[in-house]
Design a protein around this ligand. Structure first.
Ligand code: FAD
Length: 447
């Protein structure tokens, strides 16, 4: 059955969604300990309420790693805030303090500490070696991980080589250490067979400087030269490689590249690999059909893992389309995006065992829907993976793990400079008025 022509879900599933949602949320700690509260919720609230302030704060976060001194940092903060017509009182005080050198040092130190604090919520360590403690602790709590080596949008061949080298090293280091961890059945097996412990997420834009929408073939060929050795290495180490999806202008190239390489004879029996489907794109149902057709006809084992997300580049896609006078490729009503996410979830779950399904969301409704629909089809909980982002999905992660679900947490690793694009995307998402987590943090009822 196509993802497009499914019947609406029936009352029994709706009831089950309510029950599962209530059960999971009962395991959440009080809203006072909500993850966004800890990440300076006050700044988030202010930014959500004021567009100019949001723009100024994000430009500031972006420039932080490049600042040479606290003085420099405070000057930038003051300059950015000058463009905000009515700066809220705490920021107006900071601006006044930044008028003299001593004040600037104090403001700079406070601002730098704030940005670092935010970044460390989302980034588990600067190197795979320094992140191992956190990864091990998560495993001991019944949580699998996928490691993402920060550093996007490579501009030179040398940078692309370096990124590929870091991925290769991470695969080897993680596989060696993770082999010694205790067995965890829930995390390591489903009906299709063993699930690798070592899981690395890779960005194609970091594997080549040549990824351009007007010449997709060049970028694809260049990235293939670096992705092939990584696939070989993952197969040798019995690890999983997941290819992240980025903005729409690279989507076709990424999808073509992944499906092409995984179709090659040498990869027909591994490694375990996956790609991402973005539900905010209006044409995602057609993309799902394409991926499923490939999965069914390739007969590749282990099955392709499809991670379903809503999409992290929503603001970017809107701006890009409006600048070029193109029709918006993304849904502009949040409920439509959510509805599409549920439709794609059902399409994916119905397509098993041709694919493995990973539903990646912090939205309790989206997650409860996936669990309820899977159960209604007679599926085992172990045949559905649920994924969250480090620092944002911690509560949900714990609630899911404590109830025996397979949950995987996406763990970025890298320094603050490389992590800036990632950090800004997370902040953008969580100051959006449409965000589930932001609404939860502001005390909206989970029901
Ligand atoms: C493990 C993991 C891996 C991820 N990997 C990727 C990846 O490879 N590529 C990628 O793009 N994203 C990725 N994401 C991010 C993901 O796409 C979402 O941005 C994020 O999870 C927020 O969605 P939500 O369901 O958790 O929350 P919700 O609050 O339910 O949804 C927020 C999302 O809804 C969409 N949205 C917001 N406003 C509107 C609107 N007005 N109209 C229509 N839609 C709107 C946006 O996509 C926004 O991110 C990943 C997320 C996780 C958890």
């Amino acid at each position: 059955m196509d993802a497009h022509d499914q019947a609406p879900i029936d009352d029994a599933i709706e009831r089950a969604i309510g029950e599962i949602g209530a059960e999971l949320s009962s395991a959440f700690p009080s809203s006072a300990r909500h993850p966004l509260r800890a990440i300076d919720q006050r700044a988030m609230d202010l930014a959500s309420a004021d567009r100019e302030l949001k723009a100024a704060l994000f430009r500031f976060v972006d420039v932080t790693p490049a600042c040479r001194s606290l003085d420099d940092l405070a000057r930038h903060l003051r300059e950015f805030l000058r463009e905000v017509p009515d700066a809220p009182p705490p920021l107006a005080v900071a601006m006044r303090m930044a008028d003299n050198k001593a004040g600037r040092r104090a403001v700079g130190a406070a601002a730098a500490a704030g940005v670092r604090h935010m970044a460390h919520r989302f980034i588990v360590g600067e190197t795979p070696a320094s992140a191992l403690g956190v990864l091990h602790e998560l495993w001991n709590h019944g949580v699998a991980t996928s490691v993402d080596l920060l550093g996007e949008a490579t501009v030179t061949q040398a940078e692309a080589d370096r990124y590929a080298g870091r991925c290769d090293e991470a695969l080897a280091d993680l596989a060696r250490v993770e082999a010694g961890w205790p067995a965890r059945d829930v995390l390591e097996r489903d009906t299709s067979g063993p699930i690798p412990r070592t899981n690395v997420s890779v960005k194609i834009s970091a594997l080549t400087p040549l990824l351009r929408p007007d010449a997709p073939e060049r970028g694809r060929r260049d990235a293939a030269e670096r992705l092939r050795p990584l696939l070989r290495r993952a197969r040798e180490l019995e690890a999983h490689i997941h290819i992240d999806m980025e903005s729409l202008d690279s989507r076709e190239a990424v999808l073509d590249l992944v499906l092409e390489l995984l179709s090659e004879e040498e990869f027909s029996r591994g490694p375990s690999a996956g790609l991402v489907l973005q539900a905010y794109l209006r044409d995602s149902p057609e993309q799902l059909d394409r991926v499923l057709e490939w999965a069914r006809s390739s007969g590749r084992t282990p099955p392709l893992t499809v991670r379903l997300v809503k999409g992290a580049y929503w603001d970017h896609e809107l701006v890009q389309a409006s600048q070029h006078g193109w029709p918006t490729p993304v849904f502009d009503v949040k409920a439509e995006c959510d509805r599409n996410f549920e439709r794609l979830t059902r399409g994916l779950l119905d397509a098993r065992p041709a694919v493995r399904v990973a539903v990646a969301s912090h939205n309790l409704r989206s997650v409860a829907h996936a669990i309820a629909y899977n159960r209604s089809r007679g599926g085992a909980d172990s045949d559905l993976e649920l994924q969250v982002l480090r620092g944002l999905g911690d509560q949900l992660q714990d609630a899911l793990a404590s109830r025996g679900f397979r949950v995987r947490t996406y763990c970025p690793i890298g320094d603050l400079v490389a992590g800036m694009a990632y950090l800004v995307r997370r902040l953008l998402e969580n100051t959006s008025n449409e965000s589930f987590l932001a609404a939860q943090a502001q005390g909206a009822s989970l029901e």
